[in-house]
Write a protein that binds this ligand. Structure first.
Ligand code: MN
Length: 508
């Protein structure tokens, strides 16, 4: 088993554009899908399931344009087990057709109203029809994990006799455990000789664990989606599956791990589904350390508290100042931007950071610099690479919220105007459209907190911005005018991000 695992590369079948797009609330445009497909190709997945051709004419168009992009991975279309669906897939010029049909009693009866005999013949006929057209055929007995094993085996044999190239085993409603999944794969391998794949859902939070168990039991392909998008709780997350296969299971895949983070960011931005902060590999906190013991450990020797080197997956370590922060972490954080306080000053800075943290406040990077400036008695990090000259915002009942902004960037004046869903959105977009000339800096998080009641309340805005290299900088501003608080926080954050970037000597 060990030698087989280490020598057979595991195929990564990405279904972000099919199952992932079926996530509630996700709807990708044609351009979004092509952009994601290109990124998946760069990332190095083996198959891209581009969509479900028979679902609409629009869907067919998207799949056709992905096929036309002539990407490296195999392009696959999903198809029910009928001639019309397979024809729709063939019409898109895909390399492979993924045929599925329910095999569990509950789905045969209530989802398609077919008898077991009808299911077997529809499966065999459809697989044979795909093969007659010379395409690769992957077959899925849908809801395999809730199917009766003798019948499931019968369907798989029939599909194999009809020429299927790969058997995919879907845990459609995510009810398996690693143990039951391993047993199911082993059982099916007694009748199936073609490569076996697995498709897991995360209803009980076990999609990745079940996928790994399937691989350990002999599956050589895993279905996954970027950020774990997909129906309900989603599918097995690609980044977690791939990193675990490489680092914990002694397997290889064709995926370039260094592109995992940028791929995750792209899919999150285009799908509109945020990645939770504590998500493995790609979550904001996955490589962040705040507590003193941890920051001391990782700055001394990363292996102490980092099982995965951040660079391996295209990320950087983040030390966070906060109430648990230690001297070592804050020192490292300040040194990164060229500030070298004395031991005495450092003690004072740490003290003040903890005081702020104890008040229940998140200590932003800008706060840390402000506290440091106060302690050192000199102005630091106040260089204004970006400064606001002028701002006008228009909003109303029948008016598209529009903002125009005049900024000084590196001493030169620029003007931009943008529209948005509201005045804050419009103004932040205008600022970003200008600062993009200096460095691609994106708004990563925006939080608004009203501190006092009433319509004249002081609004506190906390923002996080991120540059291309994954440097994340936070800043805050409090004003009675929400738009102005947002602008001030944003410009503050962008300045700190640029300063950090330039101090690192990495600005282009
Ligand atoms: Mn699914």
């Amino acid at each position: 088993m060990e030698t087989q695992l280490s020598t057979t590369p595991i195929r990564i079948f990405d279904t972000t554009l099919r199952d992932g797009e079926q996530s509630p609330g996700v709807s990708l445009t044609v351009d979004d899908k092509i952009e994601i497909a290109r990124q998946l190709s760069l990332l190095g997945v083996d198959t891209i399931e581009a969509g479900f051709p028979s679902s609409s004419e629009g869907e067919k168009k998207v799949i056709k344009s992905i096929v036309k992009a002539k990407l490296e991975p195999e392009i696959c279309g999903l198809s029910r087990a009928n001639k019309g669906d397979v024809d729709a897939a063939i019409d898109c010029n895909v390399d492979a057709v993924h045929v599925f049909i329910p095999t569990s009693p509950v789905q045969m009866k209530y989802a398609v109203n077919m008898t077991p005999e009808q299911v077997i013949s529809a499966a065999a006929d459809s697989v044979a029809y795909v093969k007659k057209h010379g395409l690769t055929c992957e077959f899925s007995p849908m809801d395999a994990s809730r199917s009766e094993l003798p019948f499931l085996k019968e369907v798989c044999k029939a599909a194999q006799d009809a020429g299927m190239d790969r058997l995919n085993v879907p845990d459609t409603v995510g009810i398996m455990t690693p143990k039951t999944m391993a047993t199911l794969i082993e059982d099916l391998k007694t009748v199936v000789t073609v490569p076996v794949s697995v498709h897991c859902h995360d209803d009980f939070g076990m999609a990745v664990a079940n996928s790994l168990a399937a691989v350990e039991a002999g599956a050589t392909q895993v279905h996954c989606t970027v950020n774990g998008l997909g129906e309900r709780a989603g599918n097995a997350s690609l980044e977690e599956v791939v990193v675990a296969l490489h680092m914990l299971c002694n397997c290889t895949t064709g995926v370039n791990l260094k592109l995992l983070y940028s791929t995750s960011r792209m899919v999150s931005a285009l799908s509109g589904i945020a990645v939770q902060a504590n998500k493995a590999i790609v979550g904001e906190n996955a490589f962040a350390h705040e507590s003193g013991i941890h920051t001391r450990g990782v700055t001394e020797k990363p292996l102490t508290f980092e099982p995965i080197a951040p660079e391996l997956v295209g990320r950087t370590r983040k030390l966070v100042a906060g109430k648990l922060a230690g001297t070592r972490g804050i020192k490292a954080e300040l040194e990164e931007i060229g500030i070298h306080p004395t031991d005495e000053q450092l003690k004072e800075i740490v003290q003040r950071v903890k005081e702020l943290g104890d008040k229940g406040k998140m200590v932003t990077d800008a706060d840390l610099l402000a506290l440091t400036s106060a302690v050192l008695g000199e102005v630091i990090g106040e260089e204004k690479i970006v400064d606001l000259c002028d701002l006008a915002v228009m909003t109303g009942v029948k008016v598209l919220p529009t903002a125009s902004v005049r900024l000084v960037l590196d001493g030169k004046e620029y003007v931009a105007a943008e529209t948005g869903v509201g005045p804050v959105d419009a103004v932040l977009k205008s600022i970003q459209s200008l600062t993009n000339n200096l460095e691609k800096i994106r708004l990563k998080e925006y939080r608004l907190e009203a501190i006092t009641g009433g319509s004249n309340a002081v609004a506190e805005v906390v923002i996080k911005v991120e540059d291309d290299k994954g440097n994340v900088v936070s800043a805050r501003a409090a004003r009675e005018d929400i738009v102005m608080a947002s602008v001030e926080a944003m410009i503050n954050g962008i300045n700190k991000c640029l300063i950090k970037n330039r101090k690192q000597g990495t600005t282009k």
